[in-house]
Design a protein around this ligand. Structure first.
Ligand code: NAI
Length: 486
């Protein structure tokens, strides 16, 4: 149990400092103005209360923007508990503001239970995640809102081990984090051998935010192990083609600047992966005047990169030349320890893919004679025995959230409006969605976009009935066939 755990006015929570709530509230007010989609959803559904009765367990970076999402879910009737999905991504003032709530005070909070602070240990991270499932009065969630799939993973592993009656021993080569998950589940099993099994039958569904979490869900579905319906929010066009691309275009450079303030123009940058996130990263870096090379395994994305005027290289070709290396693949073992050792003095290495296994941090720490010096939180110099060094940001975890504050409000409004609509769909239509992975209908995707046009002064051309008939769509949309790629 964390010593941060407190309960005031019936709200249990664990945050860095509740006294930051007022500072957080001011930021929330600014964010609300920049999140027209979420605010429109609040207005549209205020009376209907479509999430009344929903108990939402949310695991998603506890930022100012997420705070606006949480308060939207509450405004729609939901009871909510929240954790961050990354140990470095919490904005402590946002966490405090959510606990206090719009009407509460630090002495008498009236908001939502949050268990998150910037700089959790992995033990604390999984303790927090377990708190998600402990609603007051012994209740458990009936909805999950996930980013990366850790909350969903805990429930699925919990059910699996409860069925087996025991938690397996970790293999010798298993990462430390998996041992912590096993320990968390062993403690749960010892206290209540059916806790997750009961919970899983109550859960109407999960709405998943990111590429990596979605991959986990499709795998569970493929293996016949998915326990409840899932909504793939990431692949709404107004999510992945906006947040992943335009969001990273903003927050990657923000993270680099805050962490190092190194001049980006003129530098040789290597971006691993040219998917949605990679494309946004490259655009931002080129905008700063960097020379950018890309690595890819997919011939289509490699060709795209080449047609966009980029060098497409193998990592080993550019190790000694690169000034900045950014991983965006959602895959693992992208930059290994021996490759880190070959980089030039003070090369900067950072990751914006969801998990921390793109850069081989464990291997780096094991290099004989290596030393690690903290330049400032989430910025470390790793010095090799020959005297040269590299700079690693956020210990290989999402640096745009660890070194900066993630994506800006406007783009997150698109993502989170999808989340809110997906929660309403899955909660409001129990039994109508099979236990599979679904996407929101295209018309709702178009609705999310529509809700963001006025704020930007966009004047949309209205399709005439004759034109609609000519291209074979409805005047009100959807305007594209399902396979259209944007
Ligand atoms: P994506 O699938 O569109 O792009 C990933 C690209 O990496 C693909 O084109 C793939 O072919 C390539 N790739 C895979 N293995 C590779 C390897 N060994 N070497 C070089 N390239 C390789 O996925 P997306 O949407 O771009 O997401 C990437 C990651 O970023 C995911 O982990 C996702 O969860 C995360 N993400 C992070 C955000 C942030 O704020 N930092 C925001 C949104 C997504």
């Amino acid at each position: 149990m964390s010593e941060k755990l407190r309960e005031i006015n019936g709200i249990d929570f664990a945050v860095a400092d509740l006294g930051l709530a007022e500072a957080g509230r001011i930021q929330l007010r600014l964010a609300e103005h920049e999140m027209p989609g979420l605010m429109a959803i609040r207005a549209e559904y205020a009376a209907a209360q479509p999430l009344k009765g929903a108990r939402v367990a949310g695991s998603l970076h506890m930022t100012v923007q997420t705070a606006v999402l949480i308060e939207t879910l509450v405004a729609l009737g939901a009871e909510v508990r929240w954790v961050s999905c990354n140990i470095f991504s919490t904005q402590d003032e946002a966490a405090a503001a959510v606990v206090v709530g719009p009407e509460g005070t630090v002495e008498r909070p009236q908001g939502t239970s949050v268990f998150a602070w910037k700089g959790e240990t992995l033990d604390e991270y999984w303790w927090c995640t377990d708190q998600l499932f402990r609603f007051p009065g012994g209740k458990t969630p009936n909805m999950i809102l996930d980013d990366g799939g850790d909350a969903t993973l805990l429930v699925h592993k919990g059910v699996e081990f409860e069925a087996a009656g025991a938690v397996p021993l970790a293999a010798d080569d298993e990462p430390e984090e998996y041992r912590i998950i096993l320990r968390t589940l062993a403690e749960s099993l010892a206290a209540d051998g059916q806790r997750f099994t009961r919970m899983a039958t109550d859960i109407r569904g999960v709405t998943e935010e990111t590429t990596n979490g979605v991959k986990r869900l499709y795998k569970l579905a493929r293996d016949g192990e998915l326990l409840f319906p899932a909504m793939n929010v990431n692949d709404s066009v107004t999510k992945s083609k906006f947040d992943n691309k335009y969001g990273i275009r903003h927050s990657l450079v923000d993270g680099l600047n805050r962490a190092t303030d190194v001049m980006i123009g003129g530098k040789q940058v290597v971006v691993c992966g040219y998917g949605d996130v990679g494309k946004g990263a490259v655009e931002a870096l080129r905008g700063q005047g960097a020379r950018v090379a890309v690595t890819e395994i997919d011939p289509i994305c490699a060709l795209q990169a080449s047609m966009d005027g980029l060098d497409v290289v193998e990592l080993d070709d550019v190790l000694e030349r690169g000034d900045i290396f950014i991983t965006t693949t959602g895959n693992f073992n992208i930059i290994m320890a021996d490759q880190l050792a070959r980089m030039k003095h003070n090369a900067i290495v950072a990751n914006v893919g969801h998990f921390d296994n793109e850069i081989d941090m464990a291997g780096l720490a094991k290099i004989p004679g290596i030393t690690k010096t903290e330049i400032k939180p989430q910025v470390h110099e790793w010095r090799f025995s020959d005297g040269h060094a590299i700079i690693v940001l956020s210990e290989g975890r999402l640096m745009n959230l660890g070194n900066a504050t993630g994506h800006p409000s406007f783009v997150m409004s698109n993502s989170f409006t999808n989340q809110a609509i997906a929660q309403i769909e899955l909660f409001g239509k129990p039994g109508q969605y099979a236990t599979e992975v679904h996407r929101l209908p295209k018309q709702l995707d178009e609705k999310v976009a529509r809700l963001h046009l006025d704020a930007l002064g966009v004047r949309l051309t209205k399709l005439t009935k004759e034109q609609a008939d000519y291209i074979g769509v409805d005047v009100e949309g959807p305007y594209k066939l399902e396979h259209y790629r944007y």
